[in-house]
Design a protein around this ligand. Structure first.
Ligand SMILES: C[S@@+](CC[C@H](N)C(=O)[O-])C[C@H]1O[C@@H](n2cnc3c(N)ncnc32)[C@H](O)[C@@H]1O
Length: 239
């Protein structure tokens, strides 16, 4: 199993606990379970960009249980939420049905290996998914797919962790490339590794804002706005 598929067990635990938001997981920040930084980023997108044309279609990348799709649906957007976690997609579908979002679809899928896209989007929102993709090769495949999925003139809005995020001291270490490794006790994933006899999995990639901007530029995006947000999050609007 790939390291980024570990989110499935988090959503299974949330479902068993009768909860659904990522921030409500064990160790989550609960107080902001629906992602204040994502809401602020979307406010900036809608202040700065006028989307032309009658049909506005957005990809909610790493949708989890769908907070971004919910915000966009309320603004009248048609959305596709994509996530590797089946349980997250089920929770997002349940929320959309309960709230009557008829134009919000969700699908299980991996942005690193996203075969033959049939649609293009006016807006793609990285809803804290990119920082879950830790290796350079995985990130460049994902960014190339995002580029391909974006309509000409479309917007890629990024909400991601950068350096300055609160250190997760116990049971974690960050290596010299910015990969945050989490102690797991056993060999859980194909990219797990042993350090001093203990098993760790790669969990996040925490780059500096400058390195992230360089990565986005190298992938063919122009960063038109960016800002540091609360909790070490970083937001960018790219075209
Ligand atoms: C930090 S959570 C955020 C979830 C949601 N966007 C939110 O704000 O509540 C990151 C999400 O990205 C998803 N994810 C991780 N790697 C992915 C991949 N390669 N393709 C699609 N989704 C992925 C995870 O399953 C998880 O739901």
């Amino acid at each position: 199993m790939k390291y980024y598929e570990g989110h499935e067990s988090v959503y299974q635990k949330l479902e068993r606990a009768g909860k659904f938001a990522w921030g409500d997981r064990v160790g989550g920040d609960g107080a902001d379970s629906e992602g204040r930084n994502l809401r602020l980023l979307l406010d900036h997108v809608f202040e700065q960009v006028t989307f032309a044309g009658p049909s506005r279609y957005a990809l909610d990348l790493g949708c989890g249980s769908g907070p971004v799709s919910a915000i966009l649906a309320k603004r009248g957007w048609r959305t596709l939420g994509l996530d590797v976690s089946e349980t997250a997609v089920k929770l997002a579908q349940r929320r959309a049905a309960e709230q009557g979002f008829t134009d919000a679809e969700f699908a299980v899928g991996d942005i690193i290996n996203y075969p033959n896209p049939t649609s293009q989007f006016d807006l793609i929102v990285d809803a804290c998914c990119l920082h879950c993709l830790v290796f350079d090769a995985d990130r460049s495949k994902a960014l190339a797919n995002i580029r391909q999925l974006l309509k000409p003139g479309g917007v890629f809005a990024v909400c991601t962790k950068t350096t300055g995020a609160k250190d997760k001291a116990e049971n974690f270490f960050t290596d010299e490339t910015g990969i945050l490794w989490m102690y797991t006790g056993t060999n859980l994933f194909e990219d797990s590794k042993q350090v001093n006899g203990k098993w760790y999995m790669p969990q996040r990639r925490i780059l500096s804002p400058e390195t992230l901007r360089r990565e986005l530029t190298a992938a063919g995006f122009t960063v038109t706005w960016n800002a540091s947000m609360e909790h070490g999050n970083f937001s960018a609007i790219c075209q």
